[in-house]
Write a protein that binds this ligand. Structure first.
Ligand code: SAH
Length: 453
């Protein structure tokens, strides 16, 4: 069969967009052949320039909108669409939520092979801007050789200056601006990834109702650190700490292993679901605190704990969900593979006076089979894996534990659908899935799904 694509690279085409992909791109078809057009919306007639052609699909760059969707909105962010982060900012917020509900539904039907899954409407934010509580910006030079915070241009290591980011906390942006100001005052050279020369790599910050924790990443020694602390304290009134991280490696991982507290605390306190948590810059915390409360309360509601249950919180991070569940269960075991997160989780449990929990530091796929072979019986479990989902051995062990209710919290509908199918084949029913918009203006969606035996 010789199926020649109906378009060639550098063609200029006219196209009607009929749907949105799971990555937020417009999808149009020419004789059944798929063309992806980022920033185009369903219902729009557009012109586009073909930039990539494969046997299965093409990608084209939007050049002109001939017929505009009624759901297209005005942009309010200075770096959209250059930064590539907000893949749906041009779509009205209510329509973003509808698209995310459909995305979860499609994944469960196409990848999970569920006939008619119950997917509740995606829960959105009242104020879907400035929601992020953490940010990290590489430092670079602008055209006048002034140090500026930026972002990496897509698929490259060229820095594009960022004046502001509409989904980021203002405090995070203020920290990055202050770090750039300090670097310009003292002529601190920016680290160059190709020559490995220079000092300043990233400016980072994490915020909560308690304050702001600032962090500066350098390739080695930090000169003029007193001046940096002074400037940050002056610019950020509710600053609680300044930390220096050393990353001397030639890598695109942001943080190195060495943290040095320069001023104040090297941790930030935050309250989640009624418990206080102390988080270091390195440990994982959900980035949207408003929607985290919504997400966690859905997880708790779906689990319907009566008080006497033996529960597992798998992929527990610093124990945020574990402590919430502990108030409603007999005992909760948190499982997580990052040692620093488990150390945090133990301290957090103690500080909140919660003793009906224990934490195990290892991968879910090695701990769960071991616990089950030792005779562990579980009544309920929350699983909240990273984007790649769960290993099958972890899911099989859960099924073997006799667990009656499983709440799957997921940031990736595709792997969630795959894993729910594995559980369905082991006798679980997918009762319902509730998408929650943790990442407004991007195509990302979080889901809480309930499976029962
Ligand atoms: N439930 C937590 C964390 C969710 S993020 C919260 O809501 O904050 C997923 C967590 O899984 C991360 O902390 C990550 O370190 C951990 N993780 C990743 N792979 C793992 C594995 N194979 N086994 C156990 N934990 C893992």
């Amino acid at each position: 069969m010789n199926l020649r694509p109906p378009v060639e690279k550098n063609d200029d085409i006219e196209l009607t967009i009929t749907a949105l992909s799971s990555e937020g791109q417009g999808i149009g078809r020419i004789d059944g052949y798929t063309v992806f057009v980022p920033y185009a919306l369903a219902g729009e007639k557009i012109r586009a320039h073909v930039i990539k052609v494969t046997s299965g699909y093409a990608v084209a760059k939007l050049t002109e909108i001939l017929e505009k969707s009624a759901e297209r909105t005005e942009n309010t962010c200075p770096v959209y669409p250059r930064c590539g982060g907000c893949t749906l900012r041009h779509l009205a917020y209510h329509a973003q939520l509808e698209a995310k509900t459909r995305q979860v539904q499609d994944a469960l039907i196409r990848l999970g092979k569920f006939d008619s899954p119950v997917v509740l409407p995606c829960i959105g934010m009242g104020e879907p801007e400035r929601y992020r509580n953490k940010g990290s910006f590489p430092m670079g030079y602008d055209e006048n050789f002034k140090v500026v915070p930026g972002f990496f241009a897509q698929r490259s290591h060229r820095i594009v200056p960022i004046e502001d980011c509409a989904i980021q906390s203002s405090a995070v942006m203020a920290v990055t601006a202050a770090v750039a100001e300090w670097a310009n005052m003292y002529s601190i050279p920016v680290y160059d990834e190709t020559t490995h020369k220079g000092i300043l790599r990233h400016a980072m910050a994490r915020t909560s109702a308690d304050g702001v924790l600032a962090l500066v990443v350098t390739s080695g020694k930090l000169p003029h650190s007193d001046a940096l602390v002074e400037l940050l304290r002056h610019k950020i009134p509710n600053l609680t700490g300044v930390v220096h991280n050393v990353n001397s490696k030639d890598t695109n991982v942001i943080l190195g292993d060495k943290f040095i507290a320069l001023w104040g605390s090297d941790r930030l306190n935050t309250t989640i679901a009624g418990h206080s948590f102390s988080a270091s810059m390195a440990s994982f915390l959900q980035v949207n605190p408003v929607q985290t409360e919504v997400l966690y309360s859905k997880a708790l509601e779906f689990l319907s704990l009566k008080g006497g249950e033996r529960v597992a919180d798998v992929y527990c991070g610093i124990g945020t969900i574990t402590l919430m569940l502990a108030e409603h269960a007999d005992h909760v075991t948190g499982i997580e593979c990052v040692p620093a997160a488990i150390a945090d989780a133990k301290v957090n449990a103690k500080n909140n006076g919660i003793s009906n929990v224990d934490f195990i530091c290892d991968t879910a796929e090695s701990v769960l089979p071991m616990l089950v072979s030792e005779g562990l019986h579980l009544d309920a479990a929350v699983i909240d894996p990273p984007r790649k989902g769960c290993e099958k051995t972890a899911l099989d062990a859960l099924a073997d534990s006799g667990v009656q209710r499983i709440v799957y919290v997921s940031c990736n509908p595709a792997t969630m659908a795959r894993d729910c199918r594995i559980l369905a084949d082991r006798g679980y029913t997918l009762v319902k899935a509730q998408p929650v918009d943790m990442f407004p203006h991007t195509h990302h969606v979080e889901t809480v799904a309930l499976l029962t035996k």
